[in-house]
Design a protein around this ligand. Structure first.
Ligand SMILES: Cc1cc2nc3c(=O)[nH]c(=O)nc-3n(C[C@H](O)[C@H](O)[C@H](O)COP(=O)(O)OP(=O)(O)OC[C@H]3O[C@@H](n4cnc5c(N)ncnc54)[C@H](O)[C@@H]3O)c2cc1C
Length: 357
């Protein structure tokens, strides 16, 4: 196991931002992962887990402890009647995994094609896109418990998945390091076309599209929005969506609408259009963070120093070239402040901030 010192983290993140890690280790097996955790303990330092670096913002000063890059590889499969359970090592590239299972004509993750990062990162925030979430196919997650160095096998229910949430980024944050994930996919299953934009693309087709067509269409749509990693595309130097879509109660939605209408009336402007929302858990609705941001005065392409909002996606904060983490945080704070002032909602940050603090 090689231990490297003072390696810059920026190149290991999709934001391309961040200072060095005091120590950095690539763990290619569960044994190496255990060794890395033991090493960090010996140094009495913090430990941060790095997958594909696509949902992280690393501080300008970097991380003063050990950064472990999860580098285990391999995919096993087991047939289970009409389904196949694919168990993939945490260091596998997620989009390549999607291509592999789609090529096997297995349904369940085709709409999540093109999401950057590793397999191990997917259960952490219950990755999702275009109407699918990994929680609907994950059957098992294996992880190292950092507190006692034992391996734990979680059934899906124990992961307590929710919208961009699991135990791994909430109640047990920083406790477990995921080493493999099992996904149960339907052999020869039909593609999931619940998402309006995606369904419309195939609306005129007389036959049901193949999984491969759907996953390719998702990648094409993502590319137009700067949500696919494309070398040289400045709009994808980001961590994807920077804020989660807020979930509020129906009565909160009524309050926000009344407040917006009142302010518009006071200002003598046209009363607000209705606030777009979708049904979520019973009694709650999901608002669109992008809409709130835009209506708080931050259009796509907005710039603050070298940080900005993507020109093609209103939820993505981008590095416009040599931006610092401080600049990204300054833009975040400005957005949050105005959204609170205008709508009374505090937007929750999606990417994890990695710092020594
Ligand atoms: C252009 C772009 C588009 C995106 N689109 C989407 C989208 O459509 N939907 C979506 O949900 N997300 C999206 N994301 C966010 C991101 O791709 C996902 O969250 C991804 O799953 C993160 O995986 P990662 O391996 O890169 O994790 P990292 O960014 O390396 O880490 C993120 C967090 O997970 C932890 N972590 C990573 N691996 C492990 C592990 N093995 N064990 C324990 N903890 C771990 C890290 O410690 C950190 O806290 C997008 C990002 C970008 C840049």
């Amino acid at each position: 196991m090689e231990i490297r010192e003072n390696i810059l983290l920026a190149p290991y993140t999709t934001f391309r931002i961040g200072g060095p890690a005091r120590w950095s280790i690539d763990a290619s097996s569960e044994a190496e992962l255990t060794e890395a955790v033991t090493f960090a303990r010996g140094k009495q330092s913090g430990l941060s887990v790095l997958g594909g670096g696509s949902n992280l913002l690393v501080a300008d000063k970097g991380f003063p402890g050990v950064v472990v890059r999860v580098a285990m590889r391999g995919i096993r499969e087991e047939s289970d009647g009409a389904h196949i359970v694919f168990t993939a090592a945490a260091g596998e590239d997620w989009d390549s995994f999607v291509s592999t299972v789609v090529a096997r004509d297995c349904a369940g993750v085709e709409c999540m094609a093109g999401i950057p990062g590793t397999v191990g990162g997917t259960p952490v925030q219950n990755v999702g896109a275009y109407g699918q979430e990994v929680s609907s196919t994950i059957v098992a997650v294996r992880a190292l418990d950092r507190t006692n160095l034992r391996m734990v096998d979680f059934a899906a229910a124990a992961c307590q998945f929710g919208y961009r949430r699991s135990i791994f980024n909430s109640i047990s944050r920083d406790r477990y390091i995921v080493t493999e994930v099992g996904y149960r996919l339907r052999l020869h299953g039909a593609p999931h076309l619940a998402y309006k934009d995606l369904a419309e693309k195939f609306a005129d087709d007389p036959i049901v599209p193949s999984l491969a067509q759907v996953s390719q269409t998702v990648r094409d749509i993502r590319r137009t929005k700067g949500m696919l990693l494309v070398e040289g595309d400045p709009d994808c130097r980001s961590a994807g969506s920077f804020f989660k879509n807020p979930v509020v109660s129906e009565s909160q939605l009524a309050d926000i609408s009344a407040r917006v209408t009142k302010e518009a009336n006071l200002a003598g402007s046209t009363p607000a259009h209705s606030i777009p929302h979708f049904a979520a858990e019973p009694g709650t609705v999901k608002l669109l963070a992008g809409w709130l941001i835009e209506h708080a005065g931050f259009p796509t392409g907005f710039a603050l120093g070298k940080a900005g909002i993507s020109s093609r996606h209103r939820l993505a904060i981008v590095n416009r070239g040599e931006a610092t983490a401080s600049e990204v945080l300054a833009l975040r704070d400005q957005i949050r402040k105005r959204v609170i002032a205008q709508f009374g909602i505090c937007l929750e940050q999606e990417p994890v901030y990695v710092s020594g603090a």
